[in-house]
Design a protein around this ligand. Structure first.
Ligand SMILES: [Zn+2]
Length: 440
């Protein structure tokens, strides 16, 4: 986006932004993206809040916590997980101990809302988008399910059973909920909040015109987005992301602050990053829609669709194959058109019979090991599943399963994939330990 700065002003601004970019990068140290080896520990070794500009500071985490200072008091944007919030507050208190007038939650995921209590003071307003309430109810409705699935994906402890809260049983801590937009002024600083659905239906963006700064939550991070997350989610609509990213680009930001990873500084860098991100999402969406209309099945599209090199935004957190399936099934649901799929008997229901016919679990395990040796660990996993359906305590099949999971783990560049492979390994190793040793 072109702007009408005169030459000297533009030069000064470029120098300022260059210095800012350097200071943010230097302070940042090790990569803090969601694709890091252990994204939950992002920023765990941070010692002090990082200064972004004269009014904005960040503590990195899973996710980030931002402090915006104004002469009329402080605004906090996102609060990380509960376990990280106290430390984040200590580091941000070292910057300013003025009253916390507002906490703005970019969306209702626990890595943004979990630390809220740490920031609450008398009179603190908590602002969220109106869909936040239903989103919290949805998470509370399925708390048992999500508790186990999040624990598996992120290597966290399974939370204790608290009993079902009911369909609308979440406590909704927001004091201000808005539909399309909400503006307020604090100490002369204007905050404009926009509804920008993407990763969640309640996503919002905080725009501070004075700093040309956009806090965009999880609608941008350094990876293809998690259009479907393996822990389970309602559809995350690709076209919502596209529209929301367009709205953010139209603001002409000079600073974009994602809730995971590092700020993007300078309009040119922002336009390049967000445009590429938007175009990558749209490319995959349109390719899935095209394939669906052409009568292709979801697995064919998962194998066929690839991003062109100029749109390759990385797959350290979200990835293409889950997103392709997420878009396809988001639109069409689970039925694949095969009448056998209409019924409650899954394909695995006939595994044991087929294994018997093929000579028993030893024979299938040999085939699984051959597939693993031939570089096809996923086929080896399917075959091990078949052998284990016939004999759940088959040591050879468990060993092939473990070896296949280890091979996939070693090759993985995606933190969510690694989370589920680690979970599978833990389960398989526990089963192997519990399985009686063969007689000598
Ligand atoms: Zn997040």
């Amino acid at each position: 986006m072109q702007r009408n700065w005169v030459g000297s002003g533009l030069l000064a601004l470029m120098l300022l932004l260059g210095a800012l970019q350097d200071s943010v990068a230097a302070a940042a140290g090790a990569p803090r993206g969601l694709g890091a080896e252990d994204p939950v520990r992002t920023g765990a070794d941070q010692q002090a809040a990082v200064r972004v500009n004269e009014a904005i500071h960040v503590v990195y985490g899973f996710g980030n916590t931002f402090l915006v200072t104004t002469p009329g008091g402080n605004v906090i944007i996102d609060t990380s997980m509960a376990a990280r919030a106290v430390r984040a507050r200590e580091m941000l208190d070292a910057v300013s101990r003025e009253p916390v007038r507002y906490v703005i939650l970019t969306h209702g995921h626990g890595d943004h809302t979990g630390g809220l209590a740490t920031w609450m003071e008398t009179g603190t307003q908590v602002v969220a988008q109106a869909e936040f309430a239903e989103f919290l109810h949805y998470q509370a409705r399925l708390a048992g399910f999500f508790g186990r699935r999040n624990a598996a994906q992120f290597g966290l402890p399974v939370p204790p059973e608290r009993g079902w809260a009911g369909n609308f049983g979440a406590r909704v801590p927001a004091t201000i909920l808005f539909d399309e937009g909400y503006d307020f002024e604090l100490g002369g600083t204007r905050f404009e909040l926009l509804h920008t659905p993407g990763e969640t239906p309640d996503h919002l963006t905080v725009w501070i015109p004075q700093y040309k700064a956009a806090f965009i939550g999880d609608n941008y991070y350094e990876s293809f987005p998690n259009l479907y997350t393996l822990r389970g989610t309602r559809p995350r609509w690709a076209l919502d992301y596209v529209e929301s990213l367009d709205r953010i680009l139209a603001l002409g930001p000079e600073l974009v602050l994602p809730s995971h990873g590092e700020p993007i500084v300078g309009n040119a860098a922002i336009v390049a990053a967000l445009t590429r991100y938007r175009d990558a999402i749209l490319y995959v969406h349109d390719a899935v829609v095209d394939g669906m209309n052409a009568g292709k099945d979801v697995f064919t599209l998962m194998r066929e669709i690839r991003l062109p090199a100029e749109l390759d935004v990385g797959e350290g957190y979200g990835n293409l194959i889950w997103s392709i399936r997420g878009i396809y099934e988001g639109y069409a649901g689970w039925f694949d058109g095969n009448p056998a799929t209409m019924y409650a008997e899954p394909p695995a229901g006939v595994y044991a019979d087929v294994v018997g016919l093929a000579g028993g679990p030893d024979a299938i395990t040999r085939l699984a090991a051959e597939q693993l040796d031939a570089g096809a660990p996923v086929r080896a996993l399917h075959l091990a599943d078949m052998a284990l359906a016939a004999d759940p305590e088959h040591r050879g099949a468990l060993e092939v399963r473990i070896a296949a999971l280890e091979a996939l783990r070693a090759a993985s560049v995606n933190s969510n994939e690694r989370g589920w492979l680690d979970h599978g390994l833990q389960e398989a190793r526990a089963r192997l330990t519990a399985t009686p040793q063969p007689a000598p």
